[in-house]
Design a protein around this ligand. Structure first.
Ligand code: PEP
Ligand code: CO
Length: 450
């Protein structure tokens, strides 16, 4: 395909595209993309536009973004309980943040589509055997066998179906009573409730209960106020496998604009943010709110060029820059970016991903992160924003509602020797429900002091 300046859902195909699997059968891939193209969209354009409006408040310093969920969703760990428990911890964190800081929280899950992973290396070698890397369940399987590592296009269909079921349940939970503020106590899982963080959460929940009673005693109609009974949780994932994203990109009948209807929000990863590359080009043309990860090697000039490419009309909420610098580096790497974007007047929502710059392999051989490093990066994020006079817009967290042992530290002081107890992630280590709640209290404190 010749390079054109016109955008269409398929025009990314004329650009350099990195991080795509070596599909074994390109005919089968084309067939799958065609089939997906005739399947219903998962979200609709109006929902994506409302999220842009909400994220616009983040860009303007009037709201805080909580974006959280798995590093990689799994076809195997797919259950109503797992989805419910992930929602519980996200809702708990949001309540803690809102109650303690008084700032509205925009909730976005890494959920219902987060099935594809960029890899540092295309292959993995174990005991002299070299196989293609695992690229997420949308592409291949994690077992270290040549069979499992074949990139199978049918997986795109399974990913779509699992995303649809997950989103359906998320909608049912958030709109059908589970997200009701009178149920804040019920979001505290048993194993969390018995911990110090869980107890602290109970105090917040009791405070909310009293506030609701107080409002209704004052004559406020708490029964028919929808904001007290339903909650908005949007979906997001890394837009990595562009054939999949193209197939779900649809023209909005109201505006004529194109929307990637695989999720409300899509982001570009640190490995695919090349300015002239296919990923930036593809997402530049869809109307959704989009994110772009930026790591320690990015320059202020590159960040400004990304802002121009991805948000030329300077719409607040259109672009969230998700910084993932590492706790040691954020203090030097972030300030020049904040100053450059501030001085250029770009309306960026800034979020801190304190996970991906703090990953290391522990002596046990497991990939992990330390709770203290996660907290230190967020603390550095708030400090840099305070110095630049900009708004620390939010956090981007890898977590699970389960009682896993994947990240070190936290109140339960998980040690390297404990990691093997319940190390279940498909990809990067996630904070467990207790560590996540603990983190929410710390972030709320930073937000309050801000
Ligand atoms: C991720 O979010 O899981 C990820 C791979 O992040 P990054 O692109 O920042 O490395
Ligand atoms: Co990750």
């Amino acid at each position: 395909m010749p390079v054109t300046t016109e955008w269409s859902p398929s025009s990314w195909r004329s650009r350099d595209v990195v991080q795509q699997p070596d599909w074994a059968d390109l005919g089968a891939l084309d067939d799958v993309v065609k089939r997906l193209g005739s399947m219903p969209p998962l979200v609709f354009a109006g929902e994506a536009r409302s999220l842009t409006t909400d994220l616009g408040k983040v860009a303007n310093g009037e709201a805080f973004l909580l974006q959280a969920g798995d590093c990689a969703e799994s076809f195997d760990a797919f259950s109503a309980d797992a989805i419910r428990d992930k929602l519980k911890v996200i809702l708990q964190m949001a309540v803690v943040l809102m109650y303690s800081s008084g700032v509205p929280v925009v909730k976005v899950g890494r959920i219902a589509g987060q099935f594809a992973k960029p890899r540092s290396s295309g292959t993995e070698t174990i005991d002299g055997v070299e196989l293609p890397s695992f690229r997420g369940h949308m592409v291949n399987d994690i077992d270290f066998t040549s069979q499992a590592r074949v990139a199978d296009p049918e997986r795109l269909i399974t990913a779509y179906q699992q995303s649809a079921s997950t989103l359906n349940l998320v909608r049912a939970f958030t709109k059908g009573g589970f997200g009701d503020l009178s149920r804040v106590h019920a979001w505290n899982q048993e194993f969390v409730a018995s911990s110090a963080e869980g107890q602290r959460y109970e105090e917040v929940a009791a405070g909310i209960e009293r506030a609701l009673q107080f409002m209704s005693a004052c004559g406020v109609d708490t029964v028919s106020t929808p904001q007290l009974h339903t909650v908005d949780v949007s979906t997001s994932h890394e837009a990595l496998i562009l054939g999949y994203e193209e197939a779900l990109t649809r023209q909005d009948s109201l505006t004529g604009d194109w929307y990637d209807c695989s999720a409300h929000m899509l982001w570009i990863g640190e490995r695919t943010r090349q300015l002239d590359g296919a990923h930036v080009h593809f997402l530049s043309g869809v109307g959704n709110p989009i994110g772009c990860k930026v790591g320690p090697s990015v320059t202020p000039e590159e960040v400004l060029a990304l802002c121009e490419a991805l948000n030329p009309k300077r719409i607040p909420g259109r672009l969230t820059l998700i910084t993932r610098m590492g706790a040691e580096t954020i203090g030097t790497a972030l300030p020049p970016l904040l100053e450059a974007v501030r001085d250029a007047g770009h309306p960026v929502a800034w979020a801190c991903d304190p996970m991906h710059g703090n990953t290391f392999t522990a002596p046990s051989g497991r990939k992990t992160r330390h709770f203290d490093a996660v907290l230190a990066e967020i603390t550095g994020f708030f400090a840099a924003h305070r110095a630049a006079g900009t708004w620390p817009g939010g956090v981007h967290i890898e977590l699970t509602g389960d009682n896993v042992t994947e990240c070190l530290g936290g109140a339960e002081e998980i040690l390297d020797a404990d990691l093997g107890t319940r190390y279940e992630t498909m990809c990067d280590p996630r904070l467990n429900a207790r560590q996540s709640l603990d983190l929410a209290f710390r972030v709320a404190e930073l937000l309050r002091r801000n």
